[in-house]
Design a protein around this ligand. Sequence first.
Ligand SMILES: [Zn+2]
Ligand SMILES: [Zn+2]
Length: 337
Amino acid sequence: MSNLAAVMTALGTIEIQERPEPRPAPGQAVIAPRAVGVCGSDVSYFLNGQVGPFVVEGDFILGHELSADVVAVAPDVTHVKVGDRVAVEPGVPCRDCSQCRAGRYHLCPDLEFLATPPYHGALVQRLAIDARTLFVMPDSMSYEEGALLEPLSVGLWGCHRAGLTPGDKVLVTGAGPVGLLTAEAARAEGALGVTVSDISATRLELAAAHGFATLSGDQLAACGQDFDVLLECSGAPGVLRQGLERLRQGGRAAAIGIGKKDVELPLHTLNWNEITLSTVNRYKDTWPLAMSLVSSGRVDLSGLHTGSFGLAETAEALLAGRDDPHSVKAIIYPQQA
Ligand SMILES: [Zn+2]
Ligand SMILES: [Zn+2]
């Protein structure tokens, strides 16, 4: 049996290559990825070779939003078994450093995160991974939903970091996949009203179909200053500042979307209004909650999955967002060569 991978061999170039058959080391399972969502970071690595300080050197395998089948386990692994359908948390911490022991494993300096150089990602037919990153999905959950738990986790952790409490009036800036899932997370966590802003009319249509109030870019600039919480997901220049200016005094915000350039903040206004701004580095401990919110129907994932691609179509999947304004989340099926 061959183990094929979609390998980025140069900027904008994917080759299908054979990889060695993985074996599970102690504590590991071998998984067969079934659905892998394309993330903005994958696209950035593919086109620019870089995301922030992480630079691609040599051959590189993308993909970190995934669900999979368990195909082998080490003898010491007991909580998953061969045949289980699992959602995968894509970061493996050392579990032994001071950050890990303080419960902040997502800030572990030795975190091995899929598709973050130097660690390869999930666009491969089989890979070995720490079994503790695997969460067995209920039968009712599709592989596509399982893959979407990763961006949903970003939204859930963003709500947590912003200190969102039931009854809050929430503004989400940016209606891409993370923005929509963050809005879903905010509603599930008890936000009294969730308003989503974006400059794309297509994206606002999807937000409206999910039951959120919407604002265009112009409307955002002109709207009232009475939101309790801002969840900034666009990473677009100026939007964090614009969103912060829409908060009432004592408001809270989380900076979830990160643009290429650093931003300047209106500290004078932020101080005067006692705005709390939290930063967000991915997530931690979110998979069980994300899974229960989706399987109970409290988070609606409809309309997010907009394109399906086999492994050999990985380059098309990575460019879908650029080439098609209606694309929200492309999903690659690694078992379809
Ligand atoms: Zn992602
Ligand atoms: Zn650690």
